[in-house]
Design a protein around this ligand. Sequence first.
Ligand code: FEO
Length: 169
Amino acid sequence: MDKKVHELLNQQINKELYSAYLYLDFSNYFKANGLDGFANWYMIQAQEERDHAMLFYTYLQNENQVVTLDSIDKPDKVLNSSMDVLKAGLEHEKLVTSLINDIYSAAYDVRDFRTMQFLDWFVKEQGEEETNANDLISKMELFGSDPKGLYMLNQELGGRVYSAPSLVL
Ligand code: FEO
């Protein structure tokens, strides 16, 4: 495997684990503020991020590439309101999209078609992640300032259930 592609794929394990850690922090924020449904939503989001990390980990191993695990940064977003959390989530997903695009671009440069095919799932997934983050912000803008609306939104998010990723390696 090309050195740069390998390095970026390996780094992405860490970025996805950081994402899981960040969403765990978000879940903790909502739990502490009595919004269990929001806490559930981000807890499941954290599980999905761990799955993403494992997909990069397994892909490298399947390709007989060395995996090197690094330390995970502390979640550093300043969270003073529910909207802060939702907006930080959207910003973070946009960053992850740019990281996936960078790996794709590096793989494209060296005609690494297998890695490009592996990343196709993540390109689509990032579209969904950004849509979900945007939807949450829109719903909060519409209903968040009304106690009944917030209660209903919290109920809705509490209904999210975990499902394993559709990509299996
Ligand atoms: Fe692993 Fe939320 O992207």
